[in-house]
Design a protein around this ligand. Structure first.
Ligand code: NDP
Ligand code: MG
Length: 390
């Protein structure tokens, strides 16, 4: 029987994975090793009971008593804190989904890579902050990383194992998020509630806001560069409001292979779960005649400066990705808390990157977790300090 772990089980991606595991027969089909969450321990315990997990871990030590109470009589172990999440991730499992939000997903993801097996990677921040380290760890332990971000899963599928030698460029699409059609001057007044509604995808709040600011796509450009090893100039972004084509590989011979599908993350998660085979999934089939039109546009970098920053970060190299990711997480915290406006986020990130470049540059690509975390702390600090600056 295959063993699985889900890190970030209580989130949007985690819920979709849970749905797939339950539909596939739950404990009759999969042996669940570890499930992790943070605030939502009631749901974590419910999932752990349904899948008969070995251990359930909350990131929050103050929630441990609640988790223990919710698991009483089940025989399932309970634990709490970031170290306990890393320990649970290190327990052997054939397949592990990394679906914690933010840079917090990096340490447990590295534990999975150290012990080997398949890491189904939704946590794009791991590759943005520490792409070199993550890919080197996978190469060393022969762990297999399968992309779960829909665009990267689409590229992986469209490439079909072909070498990049014959590839001219890859394209990832962007819906344009909640504010695609808003006049520029209205963006500064966008509220957190408005930024938290995605037109096509149902996702966690933070990535939904990142979609509206295009920071999500910025992270994805860096993720594509790190995962596929493609230089920045060959990674294109196309605004495609219907979110039906997720990505496209364009070959040097003039042919392109695109990946299409309904905007439902269970496709990419299920593809990674069943890889290298395919299995039926509860994802609606496309009805292109009903959809009628697929439209495309070049993204406007005045509206979305995040895309320019991503390209600058790739060209800068070293720890620039770690700084961008951390500064972005800080700016997003500040926007959600009402300390800065929607349109201030990109400025805060850019000033953090500029300050870092001026003070020290971005050094070498970080070779260990502590170095990544030090750059991460610096990125957050610089973004917090410069958030109010003009
Ligand atoms: P959610 O915010 O919905 O869920 C995040 C998960 O992480 C929850 O289980 C949450 O626990 C847990 N968590 C929160 N903070 C911490 C922490 N400090 N330490 C450990 N665990 C924590 O996020 P999403 O599911 O939307 O996204 C997860 C990842 O997948 C992100 O990296 C995102 O970029 C990526 N992704 C998401 C997509 C989507 O459709 N949602 C699409 C492509 C990529 P709790 O809820 O119990 O507090
Ligand atoms: Mg995506």
């Amino acid at each position: 029987m295959r063993s699985v772990s889900v890190l970030g089980a209580t989130g949007s991606i985690g819920e979709s994975a849970f749905d797939l595991l339950v539909r596939a027969g739950g404990p009759k089909t999969y042996r669940t090793v570890a499930l992790t969450g943070a605030a939502n321990v009631a749901r974590l315990a419910e999932m752990a009971r349904a899948l008969q997990a070995e251990i359930a871990v909350t990131a929050l030590p103050e929630k441990l008593d609640d988790l223990r109470a919710a698991l009483a009589g089940s025989g399932i172990e309970a634990a709490a804190g970031p170290a306990a999440i890393a320990e649970a991730a290190a327990r052997p499992a054939d397949w592990t989904l990394s679906a914690i939000i933010g840079a917090a997903g990096l340490p447990p993801g590295l534990e999975v890579l150290r012990r080997g097996g398949i890491l189904a990677l939704a946590n794009k921040e791991s590759l943005v902050a520490a792409g070199g380290l993550v890919m080197a760890e996978a190469a060393r332990s022969k762990a297999r990383i399968l992309p779960v971000d829909s665009e990267h899963s689409a590229l992986f599928q469209a490439l079909g194992g072909e070498s990049l030698e014959n590839v001219d460029s890859v394209t990832i699409t962007a819906s344009g998020g909640a504010f695609r059609d808003w006049p520029l001057e209205r963006l500064a007044r966008a509220t957190v509630a408005e930024a938290s509604c995605h037109p096509n995808w149902s996702m966690g709040q933070r990535i939904t806001i990142d979609s509206a600011s295009m920071f999500n796509k910025a992270l994805e450009v860096i993720e594509a560069h790190e995962f596929f090893g493609i230089d920045e100039g060959r990674i294109k972004v196309l605004v495609h409001p219907q979110s039906i084509i997720h990505a496209m590989v364009s070959h040097r011979d003039g042919g392109s292979i695109a990946h299409l599908g309904a905007p439902d993350m269970r496709h990419a998660i299920g593809y990674a779960l069943n890889w290298p085979r395919r299995a039926p999934l509860p994802v609606p089939q496309l009805d292109l005649a009903a959809i009628g039109n697929l439209t495309f546009a070049t993204p406007d970098e005045t509206r979305w400066p995040a895309l320019r920053l991503a390209r600058e970060v790739i060209r800068a190299g070293g720890a620039a990705g770690a700084v961008l990711n951390a500064a972005k997480e800080q700016a997003l915290d500040d926007f959600i808390a009402g300390r800065i406006r929607f349109t201030d986020m990109a400025g805060a990130v850019e000033r953090a990157l500029d300050a870092c470049a001026a003070e020290s540059g971005f050094g070498d690509s970080p070779g260990d977790l502590d170095t990544v975390l030090a750059w991460d702390a610096r990125g957050r600090h610089l973004a917090a300090c410069t958030a109010g600056a003009a």
